[in-house]
Design a protein around this ligand. Structure first.
Ligand SMILES: [Zn+2]
Ligand SMILES: [Zn+2]
Length: 254
């Protein structure tokens, strides 16, 4: 299994791109501005999109992806997400006003966009890859994901504040190799982190202390302009798992 980091920024500017990971060429995890890095051929190859939640930094390039591949592929693009997230996409994006409804294009019988509602704990199999929805706690309904292949698992928190259920779910995973987890704010902004349901380093530590396995830990969703202070706070924790900042263009292979 190969995961490519197309975007891992908490915003844009200075070459940063928002959350999007490509797995084995055909699975997209979130559809932030990182999707714009792909070639048309690579966009055509995406069969499944798994969304953590409806916020724009995770969905903004889904409309452009669909627009580009229309007429270039026969099979639909399946969008997996919570029912609440799908309802937001239908009402506020694919509503013929902000963007065409690709759930009716090119025809009602064979639409390009196919929705697949998910619940926490559910697993979807794509070839030999298993994708399981993990619990998250954000300002809107949200999920994390566990992606498992023969070489082990990669967990992704999505956007979340501290949530015991997420860490307990990770402790059930047999062979967790990598954990990609957001830390959107520095400790100085802990109140903002709590208010917006994100993590800061001290809240991250609360979770890491619950973790019973020893994956590589990668930090994502660093607020633009704050990356150094957030990573500095994390270094101060001196946690044995030594979390590192995830990088645009990085590849994780299992
Ligand atoms: Zn969010
Ligand atoms: Zn976000």
């Amino acid at each position: 299994m190969k995961l490519e980091v197309l975007g891992c920024g908490g915003g844009v500017g200075q070459g940063q791109r928002t959350t999007s990971f490509l797995i084995d060429e055909l699975i997209l995890l979130d559809a932030g501005s990182g999707v714009g890095e792909l070639s048309i051929t690579q966009l055509e190859a995406i069969d499944h999109v798994f969304l953590t939640h409806a916020h724009l930094d995770h969905t903004a390039f889904l409309p452009f992806l669909l627009d580009t591949v229309l007429g270039r592929r026969q099979a639909p693009v399946v969008v997996h997400a919570l029912a609440e997230t799908i309802a937001v996409l239908k009402a506020h994006i694919f509503n013929w006003q902000v963007w065409p409804d690709f759930n009716q294009i090119p025809s009602l019988e064979h639409p390009l966009l196919q929705y697949a509602p998910l619940v926490v704990g559910e697993t979807v199999n794509v070839g030999k890859t298993r994708i399981t929805a993990l619990p998250a706690r954000h300002s809107v309904p949200a999920l994390g994901y566990l992606i498992e292949g023969e070489g082990g698992g990669i967990a992704f928190s999505g956007d979340t504040t501290h949530n015991d259920a997420f860490w307990h779910a990770l402790n059930q995973v047999q062979n967790l190799q990598h954990l990609i987890i957001e830390t959107a704010f520095s400790n100085a902004d802990i109140e903002l982190a709590k208010l917006s349901c994100h993590l800061c380093p001290s809240l991250l530590l609360k979770g890491l202390d619950l973790l019973q396995s020893r994956p590589r830990v990668w930090i994502t969703h660093l607020k633009p302009g704050e990356a150094d202070s957030i990573m500095n706070d994390i270094e101060q924790l001196q946690h044995p798992l030594a979390p590192q900042a995830l990088q645009h263009g990085q590849t994780i292979t299992l």
